[in-house]
Design a protein around this ligand. Structure first.
Ligand code: NAD
Length: 685
C-alpha cells in the first residue's frame, strides 16, 4: 500500500512517502505528495518541509508496475510534482537514504537542499532502458555538478555512493547518522531559505566543451545507443533558458520511448525480472538452508564456481582426484583473487578472509556436512557416474546434488543416485564467478524444494537464474549448436570465418562464433559433436571444425584456430592455414563458393537461434520466450539492446520471419530440415 504521511516536528513538516518495495513514484504517491505540499503551503504552523522516503529508501524512480498503463502519465505527473517542490514558497530539504535513482533523483534535485546518508546510492540509470531522464534530470544535474560530471553520470547510468559525491555540488551534506534527523536539525539550526536549482547559472562554454568530448567518446564506440546521443543533446540544451532545455529533454524522451532500442532494453529488463519465476512452484515452497558447499573438480569451471560461492560467504569444500590437481585448483582460485587485489577491487584482508573459507580435500568423507555439492568434472557420463555414486554414498540426507554439465542428460545423472529428487543441473558460464547467467536445469524427478533452494542460492550468488528442462544442451547450448552449424554452412558456401564474425559483430554480438570457438577450444565442441553424431543418426554438421582440430589448431590454447594471435588474445588475425583448409574443404565437397552479403549472414545466424528457440518453447524446455532472450543476452553476447532473439523475431514480425525461413529453406545448403519453421513460429507464443 502506498502512503504519504506528514508529521510535525516543531515548525518542520516531515513528509514521508512509502510504496514498497522501492518507493516507486506511482500515481498514488504523486497525488499524496502534491496534497501534502498543498497543506504545508497553507499551514502557517509549517516553516519548512523535510521530504523523505519511508522504509530506509528514498526512491528508485518510476513505479515499474505502472509501465505502459495510463497511471504512469496521469496527473499530477512527476514533472508537475517536481515543479511544485522547486517552486515551493518554504524551504524543502530532502533526506536521502538507500536508493535515490531515476525519477527519485530528479525529484531530489528540485528540492532546495539535499542531505544524504553516506552509503545512499544515487544515479540516473535511464540509458540502461534506452531512455534519458525525462523529468528535468538532464537540466538540473548540469546546474548542480557541472556538465562534464553530469554527462558521466547520465551516459554511464551507474549508481554512485553519496560518499563519492560529497564534493560534487549535488549534495549539501553527507552524513553518517539518520539523514531525516540531520535534515530536521539542519533546518532548525540554519533556517535555510528556498532556492531554485533551475535558477542556477550554467557556463555555456563548459557545456559546449563537455558535450564535444562526450560526442567524441560516443563516436569511438562500436554501438552507441540513441539514448546516449540524445542525452548529450539534452545536456547541451542546458545552456538554453531552463524551460527551453526542458522541452528539448521532453521531446527526446518521448521519441526514445518509441525507439526499437528502448523497447528492447525495457523488454530485457522485465524479462530478467521475470526469469527464475516458475509457474508451478508456489511462493511458499520451503527452501533448505545452504551454509556449506562442496565443489567437485577444480578445473576452469570448478575454480570459478568455488569463487562465486566464497564471494557470497559460503564455505567451500573443494575435491579433486590427486594432490597435484588439488594444488593447481587452489592455485587457480588464489589467482582469481590475486588479480582482483592487483586491480584494486579487493583488499588483501578480504582475499585472505575468502580464501580462509576454502577447504581443499581428496576425501569424499569430508563433504558429508555440506548442504549442496556442485560437480564440475570432465564432460563424460562415466566420470559423472563415478562422482555421483560417491556423493550419494557420503552426503547427508537432504543435501542437494548438482551437476554443471553443459550437455549431458541430467535425468540419467540423477539415476546414478538413490535420491534423484535431490539432483538438478546448475549450469554456470565461464568465467563462473563473473558471468551473471545460471541455467537451473530441472530434472524429471527434481523436487520443488530443491528447485526453490537452487533459485534462492542463485540470488545469493547474484546470478540471473533461468530454469530449463532437460534436453541435449538445455536452452543456451542447444541453440548455440544450431547457430554454430549454420555458421559452418555459411563458410562452406562462400563466406570466410572472419567475414561471418564481422557481420554478426556489426549486428551487435560481442564476438562472432569463430572467435568464440577459438576462445573455448575446438576440442571441447568436437567431443560434444562426436557424441551427438553417435547418438543421433539425423544429426548433420559440417566437418570443418573436426578438420581444424586435426591440424592441431584447437584455438587460443594452442596459439591459434581460425585466427592467429601474434599480438595476444584480443587481436585475432585471419589465419592463412585456416583459409587454406576452408578452400580444400570446399573443393572436396565440389562447392563453387559464392559471395554472401552481411544481411544473409545475419539472417541465417539469428533465425537459426529463433527457430531452435521456438522449438524449445514448444517442447516446454523453456517456459517463456523472455527466458530464452535472457539466456542469450546474459550468457552468449547477444546484444541486449536488440532484446534477445525471440524479441527480435517478434519485432521483425513472425510472419516475415517464417517467410524468410521458407526462402532460405528452398535454397538450403546443409540440413534440408533446418529451416522447417517450428510450429510455434506459425502460431505465435
Ligand atoms: P576442466 O578440464 O578444466 O576441469 C575438470 C576438472 O575435474 C579437472 O581439474 C579434473 O582433475 C577434475 N576431475 C576429473 N575427474 C574427476 C573426479 N572423478 N573427481 C574429482 N575431480 C575430477 O573442465 P571444465 O572446463 O572446468 O568443465 C567441467 C564441467 O563443466 C564439464 O562438465 C563441462 O561441460 C562443464 N562446463 C564447462 C564450461 C566451460 O566453458 N569450460 C562451461 C559450462 C559448463
Amino acid at each position: 500500500m502506498s502512503e504519504v504521511r506528514t508529521r510535525l516536528h516543531g515548525r518542520v513538516a516531515v513528509v514521508t512517502f512509502e510504496n514498497p518495495p522501492v518507493n516507486g513514484l506511482s500515481h498514488a504517491v504523486r497525488i499524496g505528495l502534491a496534497r501534502a505540499l498543498d497543506r504545508a503551503t497553507a499551514d502557517p504552523a509549517v516553516a519548512a518541509v523535510v521530504l523523505a522516503g519511508g522504509g530506509r529508501q528514498f526512491s528508485a524512480g518510476a513505479d515499474i508496475r505502472e509501465f505502459g498503463t495510463p497511471a504512469a502519465t496521469a496527473e499530477p505527473t512527476l514533472r508537475q510534482v517536481i515543479a511544485q517542490v522547486e517552486e515551493f514558497p518554504k524551504p524543502v530539504i530532502v533526506a536521502i537514504q538507500g536508493s535515490c535513482l531515476g525519477g527519485g533523483l530528479e525529484l531530489a534535485m528540485a528540492a532546495h537542499y539535499r542531505i544524504a546518508a553516506r552509503d545512499a546510492t544515487l544515479g540516473l540509470p535511464e540509458v540502461k532502458l534506452g531512455l534519458i531522464p525525462g523529468a528535468g534530470g538532464t537540466q538540473r544535474l548540469p546546474r548542480l555538478v557541472g556538465p562534464a560530471r553530469a554527462l558521466d553520470l547520465i551516459l554511464g547510468g551507474e549508481p554512485v555512493r553519496a560518499g563519492a559525491l560529497a564534493e560534487s555540488g549535488l549534495l549539501d551534506r553527507v552524513v553518517s547518522e539518520d539523514p531525516v534527523e540531520e535534515a530536521i536539525g539542519f533546518t532548525e539550526a540554519e533556517s535555510p531559505a528556498p532556492r531554485r536549482t533551475r535558477d542556477r547559472a550554467v557556463d555555456p562554454a563548459s557545456v559546449a566543451t563537455a558535450c564535444e568530448t562526450a560526442r567524441g567518446r560516443l563516436a569511438s564506440e562500436r554501438h552507441p545507443l540513441p539514448a546516449q546521443q540524445r542525452a548529450v543533446e539534452a545536456v547541451a540544451a542546458a545552456a538554453l533558458p531552463f524551460d527551453e532545455g526542458l522541452d528539448v529533454e521532453r521531446r527526446a524522451f518521448i521519441e526514445l520511448m518509441q525507439s526499437p532500442e528502448s523497447k528492447a532494453l525495457r523488454h530485457a529488463f522485465l524479462a530478467e525480472r521475470a526469469a527464475g519465476k516458475v509457474a508451478d512452484l508456489p511462493a511458499d515452497t520451503p527452501v533448505r538452508p545452504v551454509e556449506q558447499a562442496a565443489v567437485i573438480g577444480a578445473g576452469t569451471m570448478g575454480a570459478g564456481i568455488a569463487v562465486a560461492l566464497l564471494d557470497a560467504g559460503i564455505p567451500v569444500w573443494l575435491l579433486e582426484t590427486d594432490d597435484g590437481a588439488l594444488t593447481r585448483g587452489r592455485g587457480r582460485i588464489a589467482g582469481i583473487y590475486e588479480a582482483q587485489v592487483q586491480k584494486g577491487r579487493l583488499t588483501p584482508a578480504e582475499r585472505d578472509r575468502r580464501l580462509g573459507l576454502l577447504r581443499p580435500t581428496l576425501d569424499y568423507g569430508s563433504l558429508a556436512g555440506a548442504d549442496v555439492a556442485i560437480e564440475a568434472v570432465f564432460e563424460s557420463l562415466p566420470v559423472k557416474r563415478e562422482v555421483f555414486t560417491a556423493l550419494d554414498g557420503v552426503m547427508k540426507p537432504g543435501a542437494i546434488l548438482a551437476t554443471n554439465t553443459s550437455t549431458l542428460d541430467v535425468n540419467a545423472i540423477a539415476q546414478f543416485t538413490r535420491r534423484p529428487a535431490d539432483v538438478l543441473g546448475l549450469h554456470f558460464f565461464s568465467p563462473a564467478n563473473v558471468m551473471r547467467l545460471l541455467e537451473v536445469v530441472r530434472g524429471r524427478a527434481t523436487a520443488p524444494e530443491v528447485l526453490a533452494t537452487a533459485l534462492a542460492l542463485a540470488r545469493r550468488l547474484r546470478k540471473v537464474a533461468v530454469v530449463s528442462g532437460v534436453c541435449d544442451g538445455f536452452i543456451g547450448n542447444r541453440m548455440l549448436d544450431a547457430y554454430v552449424r549454420q555458421a559452418w554452412w555459411l563458410v562452406e558456401e562462400g563466406a570466410m570465418p572472419w567475414e561471418v564474425d564481422r557481420a554478426i559483430e556489426t549486428f551487435g554480438f560481442a564476438m562472432g562464433p569463430f572467435r568464440v570457438g577459438d576462445l573455448v577450444g575446438h576440442d571441447v565442441s568436437q567431443a560434444i559433436r562426436e557424441r551427438r553424431r553417435a547418438e543421433r543418426p539425423d544429426y548433420r554438421a559440417s566437418t570443418l571444425g573436426d578438420e581444424l582440430c586435426r591440424l592441431g589448431r584447437l584455438g587460443q590454447k594452442t596459439g591459434g584456430g581460425w585466427y592467429d594471435y601474434p599480438d595476444g588474445p584480443r587481436r585475432p588475425v585471419p589465419a592463412p592455414e585456416a583459409e587454406a583448409l576452408v578452400e580444400r574443404h570446399r573443393t572436396a565437397l565440389g562447392i563453387n563458393p559464392r559471395v554472401l552479403d552481411d544481411k544473409e549472414i545475419v539472417d541465417r545466424l539469428v533465425y537459426a537461434l529463433v527457430n531452435e528457440g521456438a522449438r524449445l518453447l514448444g517442447e516446454g524446455i523453456a517456459a517463456r520466450a523472455g527466458d530464452i532472450d535472457v539466456v542469450w543476452f546474459t550468457g552468449y553476447g547477444f546484444p541486449r539492446w536488440r532484446g534477445g532473439p525471440m524479441h527480435y523475431a517478434e519485432q521483425t514480425g513472425l510472419e516475415r520471419v517464417v517467410a524468410r525461413m521458407r526462402e532460405l529453406g528452398a535454397a538450403a545448403h546443409g540440413d534440408p530440415d533446418f529451416w522447417r519453421p517450428a510450429p510455434l513460429l506459425e502460431r505465435g507464443w
